[in-house]
Ligand binder design. Structure first.
Ligand SMILES: Nc1ncnc2c1ncn2[C@@H]1O[C@H](COP(=O)(O)OP(=O)(O)OP(=O)(O)O)[C@@H](O)[C@H]1O
Length: 647
């Protein structure tokens, strides 16, 4: 990370000359002031900010919004707080304050000298205020976010003159997957400027990042790295989290520096590419458990010292999968293929694995597009029924009469339009395998009663009568609805719910997953196996803060488009390769405080998008759904909600 850390600050006269030039010509000539500063000033000019006079309405969160934001970032806040207190102790009585901000520039918490607080209050340097550059011009917090780098903004370097009495030093805080989590800042009276403040902020950020890393990867395979063995265990050590196959799934900044890797390597690189090492040896060291440092060779000949740590369960799992490999049994099941480093997803797969071959029905819950059907297939493939059929039925897609025939089968001539041969029905087709009932919450009540009978009696009676036929299948259901609410409202049978819900598994929405980088890398490999494509770093950052309303489906569609647009000579996916609507959504400043309240606006926006997509593809709703990054079922629901009719 480069930092705008000048040993000496530019003279006020130089700053004045540069500012005049900016206001007169719209840009600042090379060499007058540091490039980081002139770029930031030009951005502020572009935002239409005026350096003098009254400030335009910057957003300020209400107490409830602030509490929600703190709650949303509770992991960051809880790890940052003790470090902030430590930093505050170091800076006490220096007319300054220590501040934590979120990635949108909203101040979450602060600790300050009483003597300075009054003046800070005047420029809204208090929790709830937003210090994004767009509102407050060049400032250490906002500019550190914009440049993803540590930043010092001193006195007249602030774009708004009203902030000129401040000296501010900030550094971004990244999570172990390289995503921006927040910013730590020390702000004070400009007369108290001290060059060592930058070093203090940087090491405080390192402490917070290391604490986050230790919590996130407490259960996996970890490597501590340092150029000297004595450096292991200190705040300067590199920290790496690895998957069993050796993928780098988490890292702190020091580890990336030691290995000479960019942040984009997290989730996309294997450790064997940068170090001469054998994963089996790594596990063996972990099993020794002595904590002794081992020497590792970089391909450039340098030596690094490493300490290996792994939880017992990881070591045991690796041991049994190594044994399975030795017996040439597939080492990983289909569920393992869905684990790309997200702890919630790994826990869900682990719970499913425990009941794989037991007669326990699974109920998958999660938003549209999180991969419920993919998960159901993986359960099937990992189970003893893998050789049998996997039959998926979408209960929301068909009218009641058809779904009844589709599911339970019918005898010849059972109803008008029935085929002459009759049909066994999807339940019987699942014989010996898995029946997946998607959108079970949308199943009509009358069919719920029939399904309940099938599950109780384990036999099906086809429509039109006849002898019951015994059936044996594994049931997996999925819904995005809250079935308990549906029961209260009388639209779902409670007795059926208990039959379906042997075990409920919750699949996390993409915005909450910690493995976005690894997941993206895997999707890119699957889409273009013969190429090594990766995301441009600025896109990675934008992806990490986006909400992904369409979840994995939306991500996969975006990457599919990008793969189609990227030239053969290119290795990085950039803005130009994204679908226009996604690029626009990613570019618009993160919603932060402003958009939160505006759910009516969001609804109107959603309605507009759905109308446009349906207008564009009136005869192909699958295509319309694909463009919107939602499933066809969701599109039908949205069309009904917005009063749009199918042609
Ligand atoms: N682990 C994964 N890796 C790659 N792609 C995935 C993964 N999980 C899901 N997808 C992709 O995301 C899309 C949505 O998956 P799926 O249909 O399983 O979601 P869903 O939760 O059942 O959606 P809905 O509720 O809308 O039916 C599919 O195109 C699928 O290929």
């Amino acid at each position: 990370m480069s930092s705008h850390a000048l040993a000496t600050r530019p003279a006020p006269a130089l700053l004045r000359a540069a500012r005049r030039q900016l206001l007169e010509t719209g840009s600042v000539g090379d060499g007058l002031i540091a490039a980081t500063l002139s770029h930031s000033w030009q951005r502020c000019n572009g935002y239409g900010l005026a350096p003098t006079g009254r400030m335009q309405g910057a957003p300020h969160a209400s107490a409830a919004q602030l509490a929600r934001a703190i709650d949303h970032r509770h992991e960051l806040v809880s790890h940052a707080r003790p470090v902030m207190e430590f930093v505050f102790e170091q800076t006490r009585d220096t007319d300054s304050m220590v501040i934590l901000a979120d990635p949108q520039g909203m101040l979450l918490q602060s600790l300050g000298d009483a003597s300075f607080l009054d003046r800070a209050e005047r420029v809204a340097l208090r929790p709830g205020a937003n210090w994004h550059e767009q509102w407050r011009g060049t400032n250490a917090i906002g500019t550190a976010i914009a440049d993803a780098a540590p930043m010092v903004v001193h006195a007249g370097e602030h774009f708004l003159e009203r902030n000129g009495f401040l000296t501010c030093t900030a550094a971004p805080i990244a999570d172990p997957a390289g995503r921006l989590l927040g910013v730590l800042d020390i702000s004070g009276d400009h007369r108290g400027y001290h060059r060592h403040t930058l070093a203090l902020v940087k090491s405080a950020v390192r402490m917070i990042e290391n604490r986050l890393f230790e919590t996130r990867h407490a259960c996996g395979l970890r490597l501590r790295l340092h150029a000297q063995p004595e450096g292991l265990g200190t705040v300067t050590e590199g920290l790496l989290a690895l998957s069993e196959e050796g993928w780098i799934i988490g890292a702190n900044g020091a580890a990336l520096t030691l290995l000479g890797l960019p942040q984009s390597a997290i989730g996309t690189s294997m450790l064997e590419r940068v170090l001469q090492l054998d994963m089996a040896a790594l596990f063996a060291w972990g099993r020794q458990g002595s904590g002794a440092p081992h020497a590792l060779r970089r391909f450039d000949g340098g030596t690094l010292w490493a300490r290996v740590e792994a939880s017992r369960s990881v070591l045991a799992a690796q041991h049994s999968s190594a044994a399975a490999r030795a017996l040439s049994v597939p080492a990983t099941d289909a569920l393992a293929a869905l684990e790309t480093g997200d702890p919630a997803m790994a826990a869900t797969a682990g719970r499913a694995r425990r009941v794989l071959d037991k007669p326990i029905a699974l109920l998958l819950q999660g938003e549209s597009g999180v991969g419920k059907e993919v998960f159901a297939r993986a359960v099937h493939q990992s189970s003893g029924r893998a050789a049998g059929p996997f039959v998926a039925v979408n209960c929301a897609a068909l009218p009641e009469a058809l779904i009844e025939a589709e599911l339970f089968g019918y005898r010849p001539g059972a109803y008008t339009g029935a085929s002459r041969e009759g049909a066994p029905g999807r339940i019987r087709e699942a014989q010996g395998g898995t029946l997946f009932l998607d959108e079970i919450g949308d199943m009509p009540l009358s069919l719920q009663a029939r399904l309940l009978r099938v599950l109780q009696d384990r036999e099906v009676v086809p429509l039109g009568g006849g002898k019951p036929v015994a059936v044996d299948f594994r049931l997996v259901c999925a819904t995005h609805r809250n079935l308990t609410t549906a029961i209260e409202q009388g639209s779902f049978r409670e007795d059926l719910y208990y039959r379906l819900n042997g075990l409920t598994l919750q699949l996390p929405p993409l915005r909450e997953r910690q493995d976005l980088a690894a997941l993206t890398a895997r999707m890119l490999r699957e889409l273009q196996p013969e190429r090594e494509l990766c995301l441009a770093p600025e896109l990675q950052r934008a992806f990490a803060t986006y909400r992904w309303p369409g979840n994995l489906r939306q991500l996969q569609n975006a990457l599919r488009t990008a793969c189609a647009l990227v030239d053969d000579s290119e290795v990085q996916i950039g803005w130009a390769h994204l679908p226009d609507d996604l690029a626009a959504a990613l570019r618009c400043p993160a919603p932060g405080v402003r958009a939160e309240a505006d759910s009516a606006g969001l609804r109107a926006q959603a309605e507009r998008s759905v109308r446009l997509a349906v207008q564009d593809c009136p005869d192909n709703l699958s295509e319309a759904a694909r463009r919107l990054g939602i499933s066809r079922n969701t599109l039908y629901r949205k069309m009904a909600e917005f009063g749009l009719r199918q042609r």
